[in-house]
Ligand binder design. Sequence first.
Ligand SMILES: C[S@@+](CC[C@H](N)C(=O)[O-])C[C@H]1O[C@@H](n2cnc3c(N)ncnc32)[C@H](O)[C@@H]1O
Length: 427
Amino acid sequence: MFDSDAPLRGVRSSGERLTTTTVGHMDASELTTLLTPEALRLLRDLPPYENETDVLALVSRLRKDGHAPGLVATVLTQARLRKKAATKFGPFAQAMLFTQAGLEQATRLEVAAQHAGRFARAGCVHIADLGCGLGADSLALASLGLTVMAVERDEITAALAAYNLSAFPDVTVSHGEANGAHLDGIDGVFLDPARRTAGHSNTKRQMNPDDWSPSLTFALDTVRSVAAGGIKLGPGTDRELIPGDAEAQWVAVGDDVVEMGLWFGRAKREGIGRSALILTPTGHHELVAPGDAPDAPVGALARYIYEPNGAVIRAHLIGEVARRLGGHMIDESIAYVSTETPTLTPFARGFEVLETTAVDPKAISRALTTHDVGRVEIKKRGIDIDPATFRKKLTLTGFGDGVVILTRAGTKRLALIARRLDDRVEI
Ligand SMILES: C[S@@+](CC[C@H](N)C(=O)[O-])C[C@H]1O[C@@H](n2cnc3c(N)ncnc32)[C@H](O)[C@@H]1O
């Protein structure tokens, strides 16, 4: 068992022995080293982690100061992980402990806040986070004043979650199995099943939902047994797996589609079956529909072309975006929307088409020269071309920025010489 230290007071153990594990690349002795006052103090007092050269100097200094090599290595690993974690947790990362695998699987705090908001709006007070990992979702739930029962099967991860959640008196972290959790008095359940073999990084994604841990069947049965439930899955999850009683929401942070959440019971919104939520630095933007939205009609390429956000595409809400922009598709099977007038929208990236040519490197190079484009971004959709190989065939003589969109309308292959509409506008 753990040598008790303040951060670990919240961990309830199932009584199994703590054995060496490779999950998240931290073993029991590293954990024991990390959770000592000396290591935590050293970690707190380290200068900001910059680069590997600085680290070498730092290692020599810490060794000269008499710190043991194992302790120095453990503390510096945490410093490196904290720096990496800043993209997901912002300044909170500086007060958290991580494993590599746990960090990779952790929900970004801004997305976890969306999960937590669902439960709060559903009127829940006591949530179970079954398979809590390092505790990002529990942290967001607790930040909204909800009482949280967090359960984690990996003992080292559970210990780190307990540390990360130690500021919240209404959170308990238990080391144990999700299917052993008692749900009496729980009105909301959240699950974020591990979808990689044994929770390791650098391993294959499990395609069969029965191999996810906990399995999708268990997750569905559990969320349906309480008033409100949420299951976080990958954005590319097979649509066949979306049950009829769920709201499926695809979430993007900027252009990055990070998850598909399934929401049940009171956490599902009335009349909404599909939604796409886009989080940008300036706000949250959402499209909703009772189900897949009907596609927009197909028409000729006009002056502007829009590439819908991946969350919109995955949620099958392109038709909805086209209607908002007053546009049409240029091919029924290709996710581009075209319009006569420009409109800035958070749901799609817009481009002004300067010229249309054949999909021919010479013709495209000539057009790029005409428009003084020297730095080019190549996009393609509905056409079998490798942009990296295609780029090598272009002769670039201009100085400005531009975009080449390789696509087709029906059987006609098109190269659109374009420039971004929102280059200077943060949406
Ligand atoms: C994707 S991670 C959760 C990440 C978490 N939502 C976060 O943001 O930090 C899934 C976690 O579930 C744990 N897990 C897998 N199967 C479990 C089970 N049967 N019972 C409890 N925990 C389990 C894994 O060890 C892993 O830490």
